[in-house]
Design a protein around this ligand. Structure first.
Ligand SMILES: [Zn+2]
Length: 336
């Protein structure tokens, strides 16, 4: 009988030691999830990356940028979404004028319960993380940085045409996220507001009521074996919804890619800007490479090409997101 108190101590310790993510995973086990009728298609998602890369760099003021915008608008419209285009003339850090297009597409615009999906579709105007000076001036494909988040959102948009989702979805394809100065030119400071010019413009001129219950930002999500951590802006804005998403990823067998590790590595991204003008809690999926304690190793390099994008990574993120959306009405029970 003298062991009994120890037994209590161990049980209490186990409960106390259970991490927030473990708690969320066990909460989610009580929720009956339904399989999405049509699964997220990894080949289709990868083909959307290839399509964007084929246009060339999506750098503002270039014809390849404009052609890709036209493609996105037509594609989203062809899926029956209500598409709004916000044209903006903005100035970058150097005072150059940039013609931007933010593209916003709505699924079921009348639905009261809404989720925001957010990406940037522009690409970096220089490969400034290359060490070779000549290469630094070249324009990366942005297959992962820009291309991957956009591709996943296009695939989700395509699926909404084929499956009834009891939800309204607002897709935000922001332009001008990559507008900050090149890292090799130290005469310009790497300020937060030199990036995300598209979402900054949107914040000043919003087109929609920003009443979405939650937002999911996708950026640099297609690297080989990409892993995701709890990025600190997201933790501040949307910790519980983010844990729910992570728990769902674990539930689907992707546990080793959704880490319960809080990291402080994002300089600026569109969720940080949007949070300045709305109360929408937004969490970001953005690859964290532990060995570099930074983004994917090909980011802002010429090697950010389609060979370094993995359709399995697109599937892990996109598949979890598709589950999240199609089961959303049951998931709020675990949002506390
Ligand atoms: Zn970038």
């Amino acid at each position: 009988m003298h062991c009994y108190p120890w037994f209590i101590v161990i049980i209490c310790c186990l409960a106390a030691c259970q991490s927030d993510l473990d708690k969320k995973i066990s909460q989610l086990q009580d929720v009956e999830l339904t399989n999405p009728e049509i699964p997220f298609n990894r080949d289709s998602a990868l083909s959307f990356v290839a399509k964007q890369v084929d246009f060339g760099p999506r750098v503002p003021n270039l014809p390849s940028h404009s052609n890709c915008a036209d493609y996105l608008i037509n594609k989203l419209s062809s899926y029956g979404l209500s598409v709004k285009v916000q044209e903006a003339e903005v100035e970058n850090f150097r005072g150059d004028s940039l013609s931007l297009r933010n593209i916003i597409a709505q699924y079921q615009p009348q639905h009261k319960t809404r989720i925001a999906l957010i990406c940037h579709w522009d690409t970096r105007p220089y490969a400034d993380r290359e060490t070779d000076f000549a290469q630094q001036k070249m324009l990366p494909d942005g297959a992962n940085d820009g291309g991957s988040g956009t591709a996943i959102m296009l695939e989700i948009a395509r699926l909404t045409q084929k499956t009834d989702v009891d939800l309204g979805i607002d897709f935000f394809f922001f332009d001008g996220e990559e507008t900050g100065p090149p890292e090799y030119d130290t005469s310009y400071a790497q300020t937060m507001n030199s990036y995300c010019l598209g979402s900054q413009y949107y914040c000043e001129n919003p087109l929609l009521n920003m009443h979405q219950e939650v937002g999911v930002l996708l950026d640099i999500v297609g690297g080989q074996k990409a892993k995701f951590t709890l990025e600190h802006h997201s933790v501040n804005q949307a910790y519980q919804p983010m844990l729910t998403f992570w728990a769902l990823g674990h539930n689907l067998g992707f546990g080793q890619y959704f880490l319960e590790e809080k990291t402080r590595f994002v300089g600026n991204d569109d969720h940080v800007e949007l949070h300045k003008c709305s109360d929408v809690p937004i969490f970001a999926l953005m690859e964290y490479d532990d060995s570099r304690q930074s983004y994917n190793t090909h980011q802002h390099k010429m090697s950010d090409n389609i060979e370094n994008v993995s359709k399995e990574s697109l599937y892990r993120v996109g598949g979890t997101l598709w589950y999240y959306l199609t089961n959303y009405s049951s998931l709020p029970h675990v949002n506390e």
